[in-house]
Design a protein around this ligand. Sequence first.
Ligand code: 4AD
Ligand code: MG
Length: 477
Amino acid sequence: MKHTKIKDLLCCTKPLTDVTAKGWVRTFRNNQFIALNDGSCLNNIQCVVDFENTPEETLKRITTGAAVSVFGDLVESQGKGQKYEIQVKKIEILGDSDAEKFPMQPKKHSLEFLRANAHLRVRTNAFGAIMRVRSVLSYAVHKYFQDKGFVYVNTPVITGADAEGAGEMFQVTSLPLDNLPKNETGGIDYKQDFFGRHTNLTVSGQLEGETFAMALGQIYTFGPTFRAENSNTSRHLAEFWMIEPEVAFNDLDDNMDLAEDFIQYVIKYAMDNCAEDLQFLEQRLLEEEKSKPQAERSEMALLEKLKFVLENNFKRVSYTEAIDILKDSTPNKKKKFQFIIDEWGADLQSEHERFLVEKHFKCPVILYDYPANIKSFYMRLNEDQKTVRAMDILFPGIGEIVGGSQREERYDVLVQKMRVLGIDEEELWWYLDTRRFGTAVHSGFGLGFERLVLFVTGMTNIRDVIPFPRTPMNAEF
Ligand code: 4AD
Ligand code: MG
């Protein structure tokens, strides 16, 4: 039978007869009141069972976690807490759930416990809300770029390139690992591999994206990327989703403008379209922070923080200015930083980024013009010959959320840089072709989608904003 979504039932403006709802039982109290949830929204609908005329056998099967179909009338509720409820005329148990064994008990569970039950945690209020917000955010990403006429490009997941030149790749092979074929020099003979060459999972679609931008003008990618970096932190995943726009004729300032406008748009879109879920997540965060010392609590509640990002320009600061600020900072002088900043050229750690954003500027920060030797090979060299046109966007509580740059469009300069870094020109012949045939200024950036979801939902661990996280020593589900 056709059923109505609970979301639609809850926003009815008048009573209805003969409606059907289907969902999962959250709780069943007094042998009478079912709190039913179908995932269409945060709230449950109360279903009132006529227990005197319902077989005892059926009542016993209305347990937390069970899938049920209820048929009845939508009436104004007598009780507090809901405007409408369903007076049940018929109930059917679609799938039983052993209440003793069902892991999602109607009580508070730790996030660790929920992670271990990632296939069921989505049946909780918090994870339902997070995953709906995530879905709306990904729609907003597409909407933003599509409305602006960007072309969506699907770059390959399997590639021979190491786009970041950082060597943090998962290899892809169909060779037998227990009996690898050898070449004349005793190395592995990749000629016998599936693709006749060495391949890996992509760390970024940027290089392929650039070739498309140099034909279609404005493009974006939005797909999974993989990093075999052994970073067991609350900000790193081995498999994450990245959004990478690339625009021909944009310089670094245009790139910063695009990134800022884009981030503000998608946050606003989520606020406009996920109000209920975000209010719930704001309360969740307040609860969570109650157990923390005052100094570690956020200064703003979740929605206030999101609004702040919409209403304030991101502060643009050069790397050189940032280093001066950090050198003079109290935690640096008092040696409170794990990595002390003593000279220009130092790579910034997350503790430094967070100091700049959370303590010094107290707003999102765009750092630009980094030293060439701490950034990737493809970034455009500045006239000073020592910095590159790179930018990172740093967010409170998150650190780096975006990494991007103006690209080195000059063939000779790019080749020279690749030689210095030992990057194989032959491997990247196709990338170099963009600089040989009709090269032009162009820029782009990568936004880590989970870091955005982390920020918008107010969660604190990246493992809690992706359905099934992939991290070192963990690939369950
Ligand atoms: O700074 P990254 O490494 O930049 C690139 O990959 C460029 N090719 C992007 C471009 O210019 N088109 O990564 C970009 C963003 C980071 O700022 C961060 O938000 C996210 O991707 N990111 C991760 N997110 C989760 N887990 C990880 N291990 C991540 N590594 C990077
Ligand atoms: Mg980066």
